[in-house]
Design a protein around this ligand. Structure first.
Ligand code: NAD
Length: 362
């Protein structure tokens, strides 16, 4: 197959890295990369082996049977050059319908990597998990930079320094990595999550679990949390508020599939937090968990720094690109067999990611 990878806009990541390009070559694919696509992650054109053909964006689109980008192309770019081809990206839920219609109209088969089912076979293709892991780590590192205190406890002749207190709200992939990183830096860590499975995971990392009774769970939600009742959220706010008054850092990651993120830190709680404390809100793109969060911005409220950033993995562009690139390879390796597309709507992964279901493969 001819597979082409496009340069992102301002995103520092790239969907094909030199390391992963070897796998495509070994699998017998012909690969094209847009000129300068890896520049922002320090994977310069010269870092790719000669089997990666580095050409202009137009040429990549024209020559490839499969086209890949991390962020969806502009709507205005969808033209006849995409017709009959496969396009793989991570679509923003808000824009999905707009894109589905445009791709179906010009007969492009679009696949959305952000909705890969959470099954063990799909784990290696799961871009949300790979990127969330890095985000959880980077959230703690960012908080440590912004906090006017240090994380570990130390005892010196000039006096002792107490360990920082970190509270993590949402102990999924990003939250657990945040807990592990904060613990490694020597902080005291507490975490909250409505999924009972999260409790054991939090405890196994040496953090405390904030117990709140009455959570709603749904095993058919594929590992995702479901919307919680008003009563639970009120009880949770009360329990969390007690911890936040003495917290130095709060990392928030709480998300509900397909819905707005719950507000877990309203202004009334912020008003009681310590000056100098730092909140890193990873759920900002879906509304955020803190009332003052602004997505993509750092705001200060009552001398508390609130960072709204759902794409912290892009700050670790090399690792983030390598993991993303591997996820894409695993996905394409799964849906392309003997140079043919799997085209099996009975297959859970193929069916779920294929967002242009109204057009048939020839
Ligand atoms: P996510 O990004 O959808 O949500 C982040 C966390 O927020 C979740 O743990 C969720 O329970 C939590 N949350 C929701 N409402 C909350 C509230 N009111 N208060 C506090 N926390 C709240 O989830 P995620 O991190 O992608 O993953 C969640 C689970 O799914 C994890 O256990 C993960 O291991 C599992 N998972 C499995 C696979 C797989 O098997 N292929 C892939 C990815 C994730």
């Amino acid at each position: 197959m001819k597979i082409g990878f496009l340069k992102e806009g301002s995103d520092t990541r790239v969907s094909l890295t030199p390391e992963i390009s070897n796998k495509y070559n070994d699998a017998g694919h012909e690969i094209f990369l847009e000129t300068g696509a890896g520049d922002l992650s320090n994977f310069y054109d010269v870092s790719y082996k000669e089997f990666v053909k580095i050409i202009s964006r137009d040429e990549v689109v024209k020559k490839s049977d499969v086209i890949v980008s991390i962020n969806p192309i502009e709507m205005t770019e969808i033209d006849n050059n995409f017709s009959g081809k496969i396009y793989v990206s991570n679509f923003n839920a808000v824009d999905d319908n707009k894109y589905i219609n445009a791709f179906e109209n010009n007969k492009t088969h679009a696949f959305h990597l952000g909705i890969i089912p959470r099954t063990s076979i799909a784990q290696g293709m799961d871009i949300l998990s790979s990127q969330a892991n890095l985000s959880g780590y980077k959230a703690v590192i960012k908080a440590a930079e912004l906090l006017p205190r240090m994380f570990p406890m130390i005892i010196t002749a000039a006096g002792s320094v107490k360990p920082a207190k970190v509270v993590v709200l949402g102990a999924g992939v990003a939250g657990l990595q945040a807990i592990a990183t904060a613990k490694r830096l020597g902080a005291r860590v507490e975490a909250s999550d409505p999924r009972s499975a999260a409790r054991e995971e939090v405890l196994s990392l040496g953090a405390k679990f904030i117990e709140v009774e009455g959570a709603t769970e749904d095993t058919s939600a594929g590992g995702y949390a479901v919307k919680q009742t008003k009563e639970f959220l009120e009880k949770q706010k009360e329990e969390v508020a007690k911890r936040l008054q003495s917290a130095d850092v709060v990392i928030t990651t709480a998300q509900v599939l397909g819905g707005k993120s719950p507000i877990l830190i309203p202004k009334s709680i912020l008003d009681k937090m310590k000056p100098g404390s730092v909140i890193i809100d990873i759920a900002s793109a879906s509304g955020g968990n803190c009332e003052m969060t602004e997505d993509g911005k750092i705001v200060t409220y009552n001398n508390i720094t609130v960072v709204g950033n759902s794409c912290l993995s892009a700050d670790l562009a090399q690792d983030a690109s390598n993991l993303f690139s591997n996820n894409v390879f695993n996905f394409l390796n799964y849906i392309i067999k003997d140079n043919k597309i799997l085209n099996n709507m009975e297959d859970e992964i193929f069916k779920q990611c294929n967002i242009t279901k109204n057009i048939k493969f020839k």
